[in-house]
Structure formats: structure tokens, C-alpha cells
Design a protein around this ligand. Structure first.
Ligand code: F6P
Length: 549
């Protein structure tokens, strides 16, 4: 094991002292001094993704110190270990091989001495066959009708990936096919979808890696009963398929394992949209488009594995995050896609980042003494400009932003897209430059305000600026660029986990709440059950019982 006291290392200390000298440096001055700053801090993956990271509070020295930190954490070796199939998920003793799911060159990757590519390719082939059969009406419902309503039942990684990606690629959906997603245990989620669809034309895809998740199994049971009530028990095999690693539980649930699409424990839930978990997406957009998405992710994988750290997009993004989180004391960031089709990307990334790196114990089992995963939030631009952007511009908290925008829209209606792009560029510029009190006063004067008004308003109208943002420019949101974009964030999260010396691939923090739910459930169902919780929980249970009498 490497030394986990990473914040005592030479590389860390150097960054701490460099950070002191950077506190007062203004980005607007850096831009003025260096006309080539944008070119210097820009990287691209073909013409798919361009990262402009020049609007960050960095200099050449910052980047070189960050690269030293990455090298001191043996990052290049750790990347190789993941791609080799080493068991880097140490708490669960598992390999981490979402990269194998999009290994389009079919390089052998071994787990316990066995090449996993044959199984992966077999499932892709089965997905192709099944998705085409559904799309072209060969696999029909029980009464012989075409299945046109695709309902994915899953939660977390078994929902957010396909949900985000089907929305992102809505323009590629086959005409006549509709996708729905049921995740929340709230009966409303189920009821609202079931109200919209017809049993004869609906395919339910039960997506659960473990096939033990209470939300998914409860929702699946409700949908199964709804179908059986309408069409009878024999209809189930024509309307239910499962995506899982757990054949035993799938069979126990009452889904024929011939109708099961397999994946494996080396695929983490939040890294699984490239696997059978993407079946709803494959049906909506077709397997050719699904595979184009895999190819985009593969291109990013190759870039990540083969590009030197200084020009490596996920590495740069990760190190910028470390710079703010661990040195500038900024423990949050926002992802703002300027594309309506990417509206669910922030929710998807919340799970990816916060479930992976929200950890306080390192891989040696010691408590960390430095910040790990930041808080991530976001939403689609320009909508969020009219909600939380006030705080981003003038609040006391600094929130680094990732802006994501496609140069070309799928819907070039009038001048909508140019207005959208002008907005995203303006936000980055405004955050970086700001507006001094003096500049604000001059503007007010020029607008004809009285001396008193100028004096009173000038601070309200000023912007501190020096607020960081990355611009991630895509040519267009298509299956290939979406794959590359998501893989970029996966690898960014991986790199940060390496720097922080944590296991980014378990999620033990979600277990306590699940366990307590199972204790409380019978107490809600049985009004006379004894309550042994804290006084707040006991009182709330009693109040709920009273309301429900
Ligand atoms: O509760 C967390 C979690 O385990 C996630 O990591 C996972 O994506 C989700 O639940 C769903 O799990 P499953 O696919 O096993 O139903």
C-alpha cells in the first residue's frame, strides 16, 4: 500500500504553499498578460470534445504542481491496473471493468484468469437481437400486438444512466416507441406510468444488479400484478425481461431466466449504462446507435489510458477539482449543460461522483484528514441562470462550473441556438471577469443615475469575478459524443479517488438507511408495535400512524 498521509507529502505541501501565492491572483490579469492563455489551457479529443480550462485560477506552475501530485500518487500505474482488470475495488475484492464493456478492439481482459470479452460480446449480441425483434415487431406482446411502451424499472445506477441517455438521445428514438422510467418507491411513480400505458403493448424491463433492491422489486411486483390482472399469468414471459447479475433472484421473482440479460460484478451500478442495463436505450435508439455510444466511450478510454497526464482531459478535470477542493477550500461544483437533451446529466453525475467519492475512510482503513468528494449540483442552462446563478455570481460561496454546450443543435429553430450559445459564453466571461465597483459606478453614471444613486448602487451592481469555470464544447450531442462525455466524467472521478486514496467503487454509506427502513416498516404497518428509537423518530412514527388511522 502507498502512504495514505497524502496531505503530508512533498507534492501536497508544495501545492499548499503555491496556493497561498495564488489567492490574490486575478484571472482577468492572467488573460491580459498572456494572449495565448486560451490556447495553452485547451485540450481536445478529435473534434468530439474540446475542453477549455483557461478560466480557472491557475498558472503553468499550478498545473505542473498538480501533475507532480498525480505522479506522486502513481496515477499512471493505477490507470494501467484498472485497464488490466486488477481488483482495485478492494473492499469488495472486485475488478472494475466498465471499460471492458466498450472495449471495441476486443483486447483480451482477464478476471481470475478468464477473458471477459466473450461474455460481454455475447450479451451485446443478445441485446442486438432482442432490441431489433422488439423494434420491428418480431417479439410481440402476449396478444400479438407490437410492444411500443418500454418501461424500465430500476433505481440508482439501474435507472439514472439509461434515463439520462435516452433523454440525451431522444432525437434518435424510433418513431412509435415510447420509453418510461419507474424508480421511486413512491406509488405515484408507478401509478403515473401505468395510467399512460396499455398492458398489451408494454414491455417491462426490470433492471437491478443485485435484484434485491426494495424499490425496484416492489415496483416490479406492482407492474407484474397489473399485467397479470389484465392478461393472465402466461403473459408474463412476453412482457417482462430482467437485467441483472443475479439469475437466482430473477427466477425467484418469476421472470424466466431466458428473458434475462446478464452483467457481472466487475460492473458497478453507477458505471453500468454500457451493459445490459442500457437495454431500454438500445430499444429506443437501436443497437447501432448504442454501439456508437460505446465507441465514443472507447475513444475517451484510449485517450485516458494513452495520453500523457499534461494533455489528458479527465486527468486535467480531476486535478482542477482537487485544486479547488483541497487547496482553495471550495468543496462544491456545478455542472450546467446548455442543451435540453442533457437535462438529466447533473442527476446522473451526482450519483457517479458523490456515491463514488463521498468517503471518509481510505484504502488502508484509516480516516482521511483531507476533503474528499465535493457536493455536485446542476441543471440545464439557461433555466438555472434564472434560479441559482445569483449565488454563483454574487454569493459568498464560490462554485466552479462545468459548462457543456454543443456547437450544433438538433433543433436549429430560428436563432434559438445562437442565443443559447451566447448565454453560455457570456456566463463564463462574466464569472471570470466580474465587474469592479469602479466599473459599476461608471456604468451607472453613463446610464444617467444621480451621484447619490451611483454611490448607493455601485456595490450591489459589482461582481467579484475570478470565479472559475470549464467549457466543455461538443460539436453535437450524438451517441458518440455522449459516450465520450460520460466516460470523461467516469475517469475524472477515478483519478480523484486515486489522489484521495479511497475506494471509489463501493457504496457502503447507503446501507444503514436501508437497514433502518426495514426496522421501521413493520412499526408503521402494526400500530401496536413497540417503538425503540430516539424520541423524534418515535414521535414521528406515532404521528404518521394517527394520520393514517
Ligand atoms: O443504493 C445504492 C445502490 O446500491 C446503487 O449503487 C445502485 O446503483 C442502486 O442501489 C441500485 O442497485 P441495484 O441495481 O442492485 O438494484
Amino acid at each position: 500500500m502507498f502512504d495514505s498521509r497524502i496531505n503530508k507529502s512533498k507534492a501536497w505541501k508544495k501545492l499548499e504553499s503555491h496556493c497561498k501565492s495564488m489567492r490574490k491572483v486575478l484571472m482577468r490579469d492572467l488573460f491580459e498578460k498572456d494572449s495565448k492563455r486560451a490556447q495553452k489551457f485547451m485540450e481536445s479529443l478529435d473534434d468530439t470534445i474540446i475542453l477549455d480550462y483557461s478560466k480557472n485560477r491557475i498558472t503553468d506552475k499550478t498545473m505542473s504542481c498538480l501533475m507532480d501530485l498525480a505522479r506522486s500518487r502513481h496515477l499512471e500505474e493505477k490507470i494501467k491496473a484498472m485497464f488490466r482488470g486488477d481488483k482495485i475495488n478492494i473492499t469488495e475484492n472486485r475488478a472494475v471493468l466498465h471499460i471492458a464493456l466498450r472495449n471495441r478492439e476486443n483486447r483480451p481482459i482477464k478476471v481470475n484468469g478468464k477473458d471477459v470479452m466473450a461474455d460481454i460480446n455475447a450479451v451485446l449480441k443478445k441485446m442486438r437481437q432482442f432490441s431489433e425483434d422488439v423494434r420491428f415487431g418480431k417479439f410481440k406482446g402476449y396478444t400479438g400486438k407490437k410492444l411500443v411502451n418500454i418501461v424500465n424499472i430500476g433505481i440508482g445506477g439501474s435507472d439514472l444512466g439509461p434515463y439520462m441517455a435516452t433523454e440525451a438521445l431522444r432525437k434518435y428514438w424510433m418513431k412509435g416507441i415510447n420509453c418510461y422510467f419507474i424508480s421511486n418507491i413512491d406509488g405515484t411513480a408507478c401509478a403515473e406510468v401505468l395510467n399512460k400505458v396499455d398492458p398489451e403493448t408494454t414491455l417491462f424491463i426490470v433492471a437491478s444488479k443485485t435484484f434485491t433492491t426494495i424499490e425496484t422489486l416492489t415496483n416490479a411486483k406492482t407492474c407484474r400484478k397489473w399485467l397479470v390482472d389484465a392478461l393472465g399469468e402466461p403473459a408474463v414471459s412476453k412482457h417482462f425481461v430482467a437485467l441483472s447479475t443475479n439469475a437466482e433472484e430473477v427466477a425467484k421473482f418469476g421472470i424466466d431466466t431466458n428473458n434475462m440479460f446478464e452483467f457481472w460484478d466487475f460492473v458497478g451500478g453507477r458505471y453500468s449504462m454500457w451493459s445490459a442495463i442500457g437495454l431500454s436505450l438500445a430499444i429506443a435508439v437501436g443497437m447501432d446507435n448504442f454501439e456508437k455510444m460505446l465507441e465514443g466511450a472507447f475513444a475517451m478510454d484510449k485517450h485516458f489510458a494513452e495520453t500523457e497526464l499534461e494533455h489528458n482531459i479527465p486527468v486535467i478535470l480531476a486535478l482542477l477539482g482537487i485544486w479547488y477542493n483541497n487547496f482553495m477550500g471550495i468543496h462544491r461544483y456545478a455542472v450546467i449543460p446548455y442543451d435540453q437533451y442533457l437535462q438529466y446529466l447533473p442527476s446522473y453525475l451526482q450519483q457517479l461522483d458523490m456515491e463514488s467519492n463521498g468517503k471518509f475512510v481510505d484504502v488502508n482503513g484509516d480516516y482521511v484528514s483531507y476533503a474528499t468528494g465535493p457536493v455536485l449540483f446542476g441543471g440545464a442552462g439557461t433555466n438555472v441562470q434564472h434560479s441559482f446563478f445569483q449565488l454563483i455570481h454574487q454569493g459568498t460561496e464560490i462554485v466552479p462550473c462545468d459548462f457543456i454546450a454543443p456547437a450544433i443543435s438538433h433543433n436549429e429553430i430560428g436563432n434559438h441556438h445562437e442565443i443559447l450559445l451566447a448565454n453560455v459564453l457570456a456566463q463564463g466571461e462574466a464569472l471570470m471577469r466580474g465587474k469592479t465597483v469602479k466599473e459599476a459606478a461608471e456604468e451607472l453614471k453613463a446610464a444617467g443615475k444621480s451621484k447619490e444613486e451611483v454611490e448607493f448602487l455601485k456595490k450591489f451592481k459589482s461582481f467579484a469575478g475570478n470565479r472559475p469555470s470549464n467549457m466543455i464544447l461538443l460539436k453535437k450531442v450524438d451517441p458518440y459524443s455522449l459516450g465520450a462525455l460520460v466516460a470523461m466524467y467516469e475517469h475524472k472521478v477515478f483519478v480523484q479517488g486515486i489522489i484521495w486514496n479511497i475506494d471509489s467503487f463501493d457504496q457502503m454509506g447507503v446501507e444503514l438507511g436501508k437497514k433502518l427502513t426495514l426496522n421501521i416498516l413493520p412499526e408503521l404497518q402494526n400500530a401496536s408495535a413497540e417503538l425503540k428509537h430516539d424520541s423524534s423518530t418515535n414521535a414521528l412514527i406515532k404521528l404518521i400512524r394517527d394520520f393514517r388511522k
